[in-house]
Design a binder for this molecule. Sequence first.
Ligand code: DAH
Length: 347
Amino acid sequence: MLDKVKDLHDEIDQYNISSPEQLEQFRMRFISRKGVITELFEQLKRVPQADRRAVGQELNGLKNLAQERFDRFSQVVDEQRSSASSTPPVDLTLPTIPNLTGTQHPLSLVRQRIIQIFERIGFNVADGPEIESDWYNFGALNFPDNHPARDMQDTFFVEKATSGETSSDMLLRTHTSNVQIRLMERQKPPIRSIMPGRVYRNETISARAHCMFHQVEGIYIDRNVGFKDLKDTLYHFVKEMFEPGTQIRFRPSYFPFTEPSAEIDISCQICGGKGCNICKHSGWVEIAGSGMVDPQVIANCGIDPEEYTGFAFGMGIERITQLKYVVNDLRLYTENDVRFLRQFEGL
Ligand code: DAH
């Protein structure tokens, strides 16, 4: 019996455990009620009385050793298990990675504001193509062929994909006035719409000019629409868009598609009318062209100009943005410099 105890003692001493399965094997063999040590305790009854005490002590020693090893191995296996499942240690004192959300582009902000102002007085928003035919961009708007009025706007003509030759018929629209024509062609009056969009002109890019910019066109066609309605509408727009106390003036002008025509100036938002670089020291800045839609243009779209009249206007979104947020270089709008864009955060 003592030999048996000694053998088991050696076996336990040599035991090494590196997995939960081995730990379980160890438990079954040495710790459990069906294990070898329990069995030896059973056999203790049969040991002669004289030796029983000494053998019992050895057996208890073996039992304690098994338990002590089992506890230690359990701990090792537990530690292995938890270090395998947990993620690497996290340093909670590190600064957080900033979560940068985008900001609205200033031109989008201003476009949205313009739409909001006109929607509240009954205008809806319409859209039209940027690649346009000569007819919609010029012809229907009363620009006669070869008329010098076409030189007011340097046009990008579009190459025909097949021949590579430049067509004089298809072009990048030079203004949003093409959408007026498309609207009047497909819709019976009353028409009361604004049309924001991109336009293109063959200009050298500089602080003051760009080959791509944005306009908002407006048109109102119905019975008995007069110049007073044009004035009321634009007064309202200026009052809503700009600082209180902004002055507005209508200056006679010329556009092939309106008669009479007027350009609209407002008192300079930068210097308050005192005179500065932006207003070229005049105290006034032009924000839009406008006029009563020429009866010929109305007729070109299949609407009877004897029955219907209307006004139209067109303004540059960059110009409105420049005045509202003092942006003095047109190139900033397309350079995507976040130092510029972040200044419009939260507006
Ligand atoms: N299309 C003109 C331009 O780009 C602006 C304009 C003037 C639009 C008068 C209009 C208008 O609708 O009535 O310069």
